[in-house]
Design a protein around this ligand. Sequence first.
Ligand code: PAF
Length: 305
Amino acid sequence: MKIAIIGAGAMGCLYGAKLSTVPGIEIYLLDVWKEHVDAINANGILMEEQGDFITYRNVKASTVAEDAGTCDLAVIFVKSTLTSSAVQSNKAVFGPETIALTLQNGLGNIELIKEVVGESNVIAGTTAHGATMLGPGRIRHAGSGKTIIGELNGAMTQRIQQIAQTFREAGMETELSDNVYGLVWDKLLVNVGINALTGITKLLNGELLEHPEIVELLEDAVSEGKEVALAQGIKLGFPDPVAHTKDVCKATATNKSSMLQDVLNHKKTEIDMINGAVVREGKKVNIATPVNKTLTNLIKFIEKQ
Ligand code: PAF
């Protein structure tokens, strides 16, 4: 199976490196960061994992999708701010049968990818792994978690079973879901509670829970998102998303969230696809989302600094 990873950031490298250990899998990492691509081609991916350093050499990287050619699977891992442009500029990996899998944070990725590659070629899911970019060709695997994938229409097809099996052979715990929109919202609500608040306060995920005034905002932001999801008829996997978000804070206590990493690196954040998405979707169903609006505007202000 030939797999393209579109977006070789920390998470893209993590999945690319792990999948490259499965016999019969050919991995192409596609990214615009030339220095990183050159480092991977010269030395492989160096991954720090629980204090050990492992090099994954069985990977190829390129800035040009034509180098990979048509693939069986394209896993999309770019920031959700770049989804459309990244899928467009890597169109060379998509043939009529290529499956596009989004495991990105935020709302709206499925719709954007569908527009480019067609609905029947898209599958979606979530990942609970954590990873940090350390430098060109180097990442840290910060925490393991489940990958859950599924078809948009909930069917248990052979293709998702085969992909899940390949992920498992790569050592990644993987499950199937018949409710990917619920999954995406489950993950969205976690990001709604953690990401903007860590970006604003500069706290680590676990430290959010040490401050009652921050916990109150986390609870309110997630509760607003839950109301919006329920009003839209989304079937959430976690009946109590606030409790689930707090569990994720504990499980990823020492993580710098992706949004905090973006803020510290002066990069554009995914705020519009996270808290901003709750505000937008809330308007459609007449639900007020003042806490999410406030968090969105504060992050937008920070982005301008
Ligand atoms: O965006 C992130 O950083 C992650 O999705 C999460 C779960 C908040 C852990 O840091």
